[in-house]
Design a protein around this ligand. Sequence first.
Ligand SMILES: C[S@@+](CC[C@H](N)C(=O)[O-])C[C@H]1O[C@@H](n2cnc3c(N)ncnc32)[C@H](O)[C@@H]1O
Length: 223
Amino acid sequence: MAMGRRAAGRAGVSHPVFARIYPRINASAEAHGGLEHRRELLADATGRIVEVGAGTGANFRHYPPGVERVIAVEPEPRLRELARQAAPDAPVPVEVSRSGRAEELPVPDGSVDGVVASLVLCTIGDVPAALAEAARVLRPGGRLYFYEHIRSADPRFARVQRVLDVVWPLLGGGCHLTRDTERAITDAGFVIERARHFQFLVNGRATPSSPCVIGVARKPAAA
Ligand SMILES: C[S@@+](CC[C@H](N)C(=O)[O-])C[C@H]1O[C@@H](n2cnc3c(N)ncnc32)[C@H](O)[C@@H]1O
């Protein structure tokens, strides 16, 4: 058990050390372009939204006026408290759910227009279950908005990521470097409408989590 990580039951996640340092990690990422990435992710979001793994609520202030309501799910209690504190400053109504995780969303079938996942599909324990759950809560034609760091398309860089992925999750609250997230999204039955790949550089330098994608995927309308 590294960095104090322990399961907190089926509906919870506990990463006390990561929860303490993530606000600083995020502030640094946002200072290097992460803020623009969040705006890009959410620019077209509309209607009723579920945000999975909302962390500190860093996305909340970027929801555009076309968003009616956000239900934010964050299973880590310390991060959830920060999200709760951030919610009143959002330009749209945000409710931070008391329970839930990506694999078990406290939302009825087909009841939302969008699901938002930012920097979270790298961490979720069961990605296929989380994406199936996103598909369950979305209405037909609803959209999954994703901003994720991913496995590099460059085999040499991907090899480095694979080596680092032994210790990375211990330091990063369960975050993995090697996930093929778009493949997981299409495997879950979504149709990717757009995906912008880029290197998220910090001071002009690549980091193990530099390969990133921002995109939108659609749940097909019922036949
Ligand atoms: C790197 S942080 C990203 C937080 C936020 N989405 C952001 O963009 O800053 C990863 C988040 O995933 C959350 N998480 C971990 N396992 C989860 C799960 N099974 N369901 C939902 N969220 C989860 C963590 O608690 C953490 O808040």
